[in-house]
Ligand binder design. Structure first.
Ligand SMILES: [Zn+2]
Length: 248
């Protein structure tokens, strides 16, 4: 059992990585014969933890974010973690705060940040729910065009989050038609009101048949992303077994 630490695990608020934490992950991989993959915080979480600034794409924030991704990339190779980083796109609005930046400004800044990145690991950008369909922060990544614009001709992939898609106007098939590979699936469901991260069932995710086909073919991690809902160990075990067979 790994205890929660008082700091943000893996990253410091200035974007530097905590090498000791990665070293521990490397050791745990060997002990348990598993592979870890990294899905880092977005800048809101990193920066707001020390209340340094709130604009995720300001000129202060951009180098912090870049430093974080490049630092993670280096550690992935040093400790032989699974060579994939799954990133969120920039935040448009935070809880309790007015819109912090227009979509146009955020898209422009994101294009610059992601298209300039040089990583050895693969990078996947995560699909998001529609804005305002979930209390909390709202991010880019809820429309197909965000991915085509931000990825451009870089060889990045996408991460399909089934819970976010259930809260989205876009269909799964539209994402699958993009020229970007699906490198990861976040498998979770909700009742259509908010991003609850429940166990995915055929009733609480959109396009479940398409998703089952995807689970059978995806070449990358399938992450359950189940929130803290007091599921029993047995319930989780059943989900893991079904997911391994490509079933929801
Ligand atoms: Zn997710």
């Amino acid at each position: 059992m790994i205890k929660r630490t008082s700091h943000l695990p893996l990253i410091k608020s200035n974007g530097e990585v905590r090498v000791e934490d990665f070293k521990t992950l490397g050791k745990l991989q060997k002990i348990y014969g598993v592979e870890f993959h990294i899905h880092p915080y977005d800048l809101y979480t990193i920066i707001n933890s020390e209340k340094i600034l709130l604009d995720t794409l300001s000129n202060v924030a951009k180098p912090i974010y870049k430093k974080m991704l490049e630092g993670i990339d280096e550690q992935i190779h040093k400790f032989d973690l699974y060579p994939l980083i799954v990133a969120h796109l920039p935040v448009l609005k935070y809880p309790d705060i007015e819109q912090v930046q227009s979509e146009e400004v955020a898209l422009d800044a994101a294009k610059k940040v992601f298209q300039d990145l040089e990583l050895e690991s693969s990078l996947a950008l995560e699909t998001m729910h529609d804005p305002y369909r979930n209390p909390g922060r709202h991010l880019l990544g809820y429309q197909i065009e965000h991915f085509t614009e931000i990825i451009g001709d870089r060889n990045f992939g996408i991460c399909i989050d089934t819970g976010h898609l259930t809260l989205s106007e876009e269909s799964v098939n539209k994402y699958l038609e993009l020229p970007f590979p699906v490198l990861c699936v976040h498998l979770n469901g909700n009742a259509g009101k908010r991003d609850d991260h429940h166990i995915a069932t055929r009733n609480n995710i959109k396009d479940s048949e398409v998703i089952e086909d995807l689970l059978k073919t995806v070449d990358g991690p399938i992450v359950l992303e189940i929130g803290n809902h007091d599921y029993s160990e047995e319930e989780i075990r059943i989900v893991v077994d079904r997911t391994r067979k490509g079933l929801i």
